[in-house]
Design a protein around this ligand. Structure first.
Ligand code: PEP
Ligand code: MN
Length: 352
């Protein structure tokens, strides 16, 4: 940690800063330059926070000089990164919607889903062929057959496919099917071997937040991928575990501005796995977009009551359509591009 004093800081102000550092059991090193004085705190500086110094009289700025992450840090890359997902930009001016069923079930379900996803105006489709289920007796996904069904359905509608990779042994198969975005699920956020393997590719990766992961751990997990050479990383907040049981997970909206400040990479939000109930999804989605999310990952099923997985939280096609219009209206206000689509919003919202 270093504390930079103002050019006209007094000796007394300098002394107060030194005392503060020492009261944390740290040593202080003073460097008096021609222009200004810089104090370096030495020792376990994790005890210190920039907020402790920034408001002190005579202090110009204080900063931690070493961050545990580098490639993903905005400190090293000022401009926001736009990721090209098979021609669809994510992280730029436009809000992007990724929607689709929790799991791939049948050809018909995927064909219908893809049609509804596209008709709602979403540019990307989700669906899990390999499902991380809490119980080994629950439906585990259609596996490779599911990838094939997904690919066919997505291609018919011109939608890039987003699907979860759980086992590194499936990586070649994912490449064969041309998976456009690899999703690393919450349970694998710190599966470092998996992260290293996807780090060797160029395929975009959605890195979901571990259900109890701190933002720093999450950034470090992304750094694993980036360190291998794959910088096409998208963070996805999907709710964290807390003491609350009224909903599935607590959507950490605060993580959105924090991440946008810490990293140049896009940040999206999954309101479905946060709320866990379809009726909560629109409210959480609106909050996420208002808070600066670059996109949303939403579960939708042509007939939610028939869904094989996460039926409670699936929107139906009409609800997805409405949600897209609502969040688009918010994006118009909060994203720099202004109007995102050519659609006359007011008319469309009333019609939905
Ligand atoms: C999913 O997106 O289908 C999923 C399993 O999500 P998470 O890893 O966030 O639980
Ligand atoms: Mn799900």
């Amino acid at each position: 940690m270093i504390v930079v004093m103002n050019r006209n800081a007094t000796e007394q102000q300098l002394e107060t800063v030194l005392q503060k550092i020492r009261c944390f059991g740290l040593e202080a090193n003073i460097s008096r330059g021609a222009e200004r004085t810089i104090i370096g705190a030495i020792g376990d500086v994790r005890k210190l926070d920039t907020g402790m110094f920034n408001l002190m009289p005579g202090v110009e700025q204080s900063m931690h000089i070493v961050k545990p992450y580098k490639i993903v840090a905005r400190e090293w890359h000022k401009d926001s990164t736009i990721i090209d997902i098979s021609g669809v930009p994510l992280g730029g001016e436009r809000l992007q919607m990724i929607a689709g069923p929790c799991s791939v079930e049948t050809r018909q379900q995927m064909d219908e889903s893809a049609m509804h996803v596209r008709e709602a105006g979403c540019r990307l489709m989700r669906g899990g062929a390999f499902k991380p289920r809490s119980s080994p007796y629950s439906f585990q996904g259609q596996g490779v057959d599911g990838l094939a069904m997904f690919r066919t359905a997505a291609d018919k509608q011109g939608l890039p496919m987003v699907t979860e990779l759980m086992d590194v042994r499936m990586l070649d198969t994912f490449m064969e099917y041309g998976v456009d975005v690899i999703q690393i699920g919450t349970r694998n956020m710190q599966n470092f071997d998996l992260l290293k393997e996807v780090g060797r590719l160029k395929t975009p990766v959605i890195l979901k937040r571990g259900m109890s992961a701190t933002i720093s751990e999450w950034l470090m997990a992304a750094e694993y991928i980036a360190a291998g050479g794959n910088h096409n990383i998208i963070f996805c907040e999907r709710g964290i575990r807390t003491f609350e049981t009224a909903y599935r997970n607590m959507l950490d909206v605060t993580a959105i501005p924090v991440l946008k400040k810490e990293t140049h990479l896009p940040v999206i939000v999954d309101p479905s796995h946060a709320g866990g109930k379809a009726w909560m999804v629109p409210a959480l989605a609106r909050a996420a977009v208002a808070a600066g999310a670059d996109g949303l990952l939403v579960e939708m099923h042509p007939r939610p009551v028939e869904a094989w997985c996460d039926a409670d939280q699936a929107l139906n096609p009409q609800e997805l359509r409405r949600l897209c219009l609502e969040v688009e209206a918010i994006a118009v206000l909060v994203r720099p591009a202004g109007l995102q689509n050519d659609v006359p919003l007011e008319v469309e919202i009333r019609a939905a």
